[in-house]
Ligand binder design. Sequence first.
Ligand code: SF4
Length: 662
Amino acid sequence: MPVQSVYPLLEPLLPLVRKPVQYVGGELNSVVKDWDACDVRWALMYPDAYEVGLPNQGLQILYEVLNERDGVLAERTYSVWPDLEALMRGHGVPQFTVDAHRPVAEFDLLGVSFATELGYTNLLTALDLAGLPLSAADRRPGDPVVLAGGHAAFNPEPIAEFIDGAVLGDGEQAVLVISELVRAWKRAGRPGGRDGLLLDLATSGGVYVPRFYDVSYRPDGAISRVVPSRPGVPRSVAKHTVMDLDAWQYPHKPLVPLAETVHERYSVEIFRGCTRGCRFCQAGMITRPVRERSITTIGSMVAAGLSASGFSEVGLLSLSSADHSEINEIAIDLADRYEGTATGLSLPSTRVDAFNVTLANELSRGGRRSGLTFAPEGGSDRIRKVINKMVTEEDLVRTVTTAYTSGWRQVKLYFMCGLPTETDDDVLAIAALARRVIEAGRAATGRSDVRCTVSIGAFVPKPHTPFQWAGQCSHETVDARLKALGAALRADRRYGKAIGFRYHDGKPSIVEGLLSRGDRRVAKVIRAAWEDGARFDGWSETMSFERWERCAAAALADDGVDLDWYTTRERGYDEVLPWDHLDAGLERDWLWQDWQAAIDPAGAGEVEDCRWTPCFECGVCPSMDTEIEVGPTGQRLLPLTVVGNEVATANGPAAAATGAGQ
Ligand code: SF4
């Protein structure tokens, strides 16, 4: 049976909803393949609105990797806003892909990329609109296999009931392995049915299939043990890691959005992983080891990506872009290449040092110097030692002053509130720091228009980090500290509008904390909140803390655990954590020692970046039989010829357009 587009049903509804263009598809570089010519079909979902989901780099990479394969197709689906959801329910329109408007239920696989746990209720909306059972155990033989990926997949236990599997780590190679297993299973006549395919994925595909693991609990509510329930299923499931990023030059045909989105630029990931060792940072920990793209690949990707998309802005992405071993050469060479053209370059790095300002100056050559962002994260030197953010107040003031004297007028400083061992004074120190920054900026430039914005949100402890054992700060304490900080920032009229203040209150972070470190029992809370109307929990206008609090109390009443138990309670070394059987490559004992070093009453111990120092034995490199992969290559992007907006280089657009290796 040919699969029909639902567009004829959808189109009459579009004039009735907000931003209808987000549902029509057909973006530059989008792909629609012949359904019948493919035997492995993926629907790829970003569980948020189009404006957030479309620019997502991870999903774009998988979309391109899969569609390049013969016999494999991938289409995208995003969360629909409640206005369209209501109309779709009323008119019997199922969850659809934006590429060919095919019903999601017709695909073999539904891959969902979770950058944050606050997208879980949007997954349930999509499943329900697709006509799929919410519980994986109830799915029928022809229903898609629902796979979770992204950072939240490193603890998928709260959504274990709703997904068939989770893929940890880098997806590029993993989706191809999974596609081959699905193809082989279909060609062999679907041996063992749905269960047979899941067993193949668990034993040969590196997929974590929750139903093949039994979880038991102790009388005090903690987990007693997690054990495989099927022969051949690994005790511990390891993450996937792409070691050679130069062999995976994606995206080279970036999607160009039809509607306004959060980013409209060509983003090239200049390296993956981070070894700075910030103790709060899940992204840094779970993406180790560091793997750099070479300067020549970056140059080729930028040229090809711009030419394929027409974007006029390039973002050099990574967790700490100024740490690339050849970032200086990359910045200078790209600035040389695009000088005098309409192409803007940016480095969304937040590292606090003068070198970062030098790079920003280079990349903004001839352009406007509006704002720079730094992330000291903690307000006092003491709390920055606790989180292993090795930057002193003197460093920060010096760096920001350098930015002001280089012509930058606006500096944004990012902080967190509610960090382990934090006191009121640590947060109030932010006000004194902001005033010092303005004073130093005024003195150095002789101008009164230097500005600084303090941006602060609540800290959420995350799995696979040294802070995974920490008690999360209550929202009452976070909100009281934020209120006191706001008052302190406004207290001195001499700084007036020079200091701005942006904050996120503490309540949503408690929900995020529940979903981040929860176990399988939390599924009941997610389902109850969704049935009660929870949608788009990452958006302040739609998130209701009171709803989640009420649903958690009711859903967990018989389990002897509650919202506080999951969030504000500190865990001990011996407690089995819900994600202990999921392997990010980090040694549990190393994480524990680092946690102990952080909270040492004699003063926190600091850990240097292992890129430039001897190994600290976190366990990642030996577990992958590798080493940190950093340059330098010693190569440059020169020589080059700038011809208007067209650029020819030794690694120019023609070479790059065919350069996607695999
Ligand atoms: S194993 Fe050593 S070198 Fe590798 S990431 Fe961990 S601390 Fe760094």
